[in-house]
Design a protein around this ligand. Structure first.
Ligand code: TTP
Ligand code: MG
Length: 615
């Protein structure tokens, strides 16, 4: 028997989770815009890198994160499109997310990066389980709407839709007592298939889909059959009481390299591998994504002498890692993940815009760049945080009651107010005596209350930008870099954070623009600051952050870009732990100092190696 500390964590088996991963996402966005591209080998370029390519190109030997010059050599007929501007990907991601979300009853639909979505469909499955005719499972009907019993599709509940792990397609024996979990997974798989087909026929996108009982397993199992396919992890999910303790979850997860487990990032995997091997593993420099030559499988880790949550805590815990990391990782390598699928949000948690620079070291240049970033930020705030007025008449009535002219009413209204403006920079470390320079991803930041004037929809963008730069961003910059010169920045980021839904504002103030301007001073009064110096303190991670009522402790490390949830780590992220819902800890895009290519942090190590090899 296992010693008590090796006890396997308990698995929660109540939920049915579907994970969607759009196939070659950036390339698909271009294909959706221009369908004739579908039959051609297509690569999306950012600086000198193929960030992704379609399957036609992959058939001809191209792959993600390849140098453009190699791609051209291998496939001279390759069609290359530029993917530096993320707007079209962001928009497509939002559109597809909205499409999938429309199927949800409980709104537990969470985006991860631009191209992955988790859905908790437990309620839909449970409802349909209740209406099944157990004596005739093969002629079932899956109802998609509680209000309309005809809205749905016919399906065979005795079978799984798509592939399974393990690879068996036995029909459920109708006479035998039907395993309840298996039946729920069947239903989940049919719903997944239906949604996949709808996504394809109505939006033109294909994806790889996984169905299981938690986020970890659904994501992992979804990548078993790629592209344009789906896989369901079949029960048993618990070991047979008299058996050897191996169930499908364990046998599935055991075969993965430790660094491929979502939530076990590059650094954690490195430590675990070294612990299990008793030495650092050999790195294969020819492999992309920082893979190792020697694979350390989950099974090797799980069965390693003395392995337990406590051992992992001792090994991985310490400054920079959250408390309970051992238990969390022990859970993951046993197939347990109790992270909830996040509730759908109407508005992003934050909006941030950034750019990176080979050299940025004068105030004049900084001012110019801040202006460009401020324009983008304001445009994004308008695009993402405002909506068209639907109820003009109602507003007019209210407006008249307040004694204002109806003509003042703007056609847009704010959905949410970011209450904090944050400026972050990444100073370039000084040169070493040998002329080399250490790579640093450390950002420093300062925050201040978002000035009220930015919410004025009647003011011109130019005027708002000027004020934002001169009244807020430059002062923040001076606080961040008090020295007149001597700094050299490789990145500048401006962000609107601390989002408060307008609908949650007292009395729904924010839903009505005309009232908002009359009351905004009241609404935002609590965020007013007496003197910026009062606000600053050193955050635990060494960053300088604002600490007014606005800032929450977690914000000190929430520097990052986009309203994009965390990127997946399954390609060897360079981060530590992966919290599914935690935005932007890995969602940042980083730019290579050498060629300026922009990429997620996880691609940096591989990218560096390419430079090394290309020299
Ligand atoms: P991925 O999911 O890694 O790739 P993909 O969706 O293109 O391909 P697959 O079918 O294998 O899932 O990344 C999603 C998008 O992120 C991808 O389309 C392009 C972008 N991306 C970058 O911008 N830089 C990178 O380094 C990588 C790996 C991806
Ligand atoms: Mg993908």
């Amino acid at each position: 028997m296992n010693p008590p500390q090796r006890k396997r964590p308990k698995r929660q088996l109540d939920s049915i989770i579907i994970h969607f991963d759009y196939d070659c996402f950036y390339a698909s966005v271009f294909e959706a815009e221009t369908p004739t591209l579908r039959s051609l080998p297509l690569a999306v370029q950012q600086k000198q890198i193929v960030v992704t390519c379609n399957y036609e190109a992959r058939r001809r030997g191209l792959h993600k994160l390849q140098l453009i010059k190699d791609a051209k050599r291998i496939c001279p007929e390759i069609v290359i499109v530029l993917g530096e501007d993320l707007t079209r990907f962001r928009n497509a991601s939002k559109e597809l997310y909205a499409f999938l979300k429309a199927f949800s009853w409980n709104s537990k639909v969470e985006r991860l990066g631009f191209d992955e979505v988790f859905m908790d469909v437990s309620d839909l499955v449970e409802y349909n389980l209740g209406t099944l005719n157990r004596t005739n499972l093969s002629e079932s009907f899956f109802c998609l709407s509680k209000n309309d019993p005809t809205n749905g599709f016919a399906f065979d509940a005795s079978q799984v839709a798509g592939h399974t792990y393990p690879d068996s397609q036995d029909k459920l024996c109708l006479d035998a007592e039907v395993d309840a979990l298996r039946l729920r997974l069947h239903l989940g798989s049919h719903l997944a298939e239906h949604m996949r087909h709808q996504l394809h026929s109505q939006k033109g996108y294909t994806c790889a889909v996984g169905v299981s009982t938690n986020k970890l397993l659904s994501k992992l199992v979804g990548s078993v059959h790629k592209p344009n396919d789906q896989t369901t992890l079949l029960p048993p999910y618990l070991p047979h009481p008299d058996g050897d303790g191996i169930d499908n979850v364990i046998s599935f997860i055991d075969s993965h390299e430790i660094g491929k487990v979502p939530g076990i990032g590059f650094k954690l995997a490195k430590k675990i591998r070294a612990h299990v091997l008793g030495r650092p593993p050999e790195i294969d420099t020819n492999l992309v994504y920082g893979e190792t030559k020697e694979h350390v499988l989950v099974a090797d880790v799980r069965k390693h002498v003395g392995m337990s949550a406590e051992t992992l805590e001792k090994l991985l815990g310490g400054p920079g890692t959250p408390h309970g990391i051992g238990l969390k990782i022990w859970g993951l390598i046993n197939g347990c993940d109790d992270t909830e699928v996040g509730q759908a949000r109407e508005v992003p948690k934050q909006i941030s815009i950034e750019d990176s620079y080979i050299r940025l070291d004068t105030l004049e240049e900084v001012t110019k760049e801040l202006r460009l970033l401020a324009v983008s930020l304001l445009k994004r705030m308008h695009a993402d945080l405002t909506e068209d007025e639907e109820d003009q008449v109602q507003n007019r009535l209210e407006d008249d009651a307040l004694g204002a002219s109806a003509t003042e009413i703007n056609k847009k209204r704010w959905l949410a107010f970011p209450k904090t403006l944050r400026l972050s920079t990444r100073p370039r470390p000084p040169q070493n005596p040998d002329g080399s320079r250490n790579r640093s991803f450390a950002r420093i930041s300062r925050s201040a209350p978002m000035p009220n004037f930015v919410f004025n929809l009647k003011e011109s963008l130019d005027a708002l930008t000027d004020r934002l730069v001169s009244e807020s961003l430059i002062p923040l910059f001076r606080k961040l870099h008090p020295e007149k010169s001597g700094w050299n920045l490789s990145l500048v980021n401006v962000a609107a954070t601390n989002m408060v839904d307008a609908a949650n504002e007292k009395g729904g103030v924010g839903r009505d623009i005309s009232k908002m301007f009359r009351r905004q001073d009241d609404v935002l009064k609590q965020w007013k600051v007496k003197g910026p110096d009062d606000l600053m303190e050193r955050a635990p991670n060494g960053n300088v952050e604002a600490s007014n009522e606005v800032a929450t402790p977690t914000e000190t490390h929430r520097n990052g870009s986009e309203d994009v949830p965390t990127r997946s780590q399954d390609r060897g992220a360079d981060g530590d732990t992966w919290e599914y819902g935690e935005e932007d800890s890995l969602g940042d895009s980083f730019r290579c100092d050498e060629c300026g290519a922009s990429m997620p942090l996880f691609a940096m190590a591989a990218h560096d190696r390419w430079h090394f090899e290309a020299r």
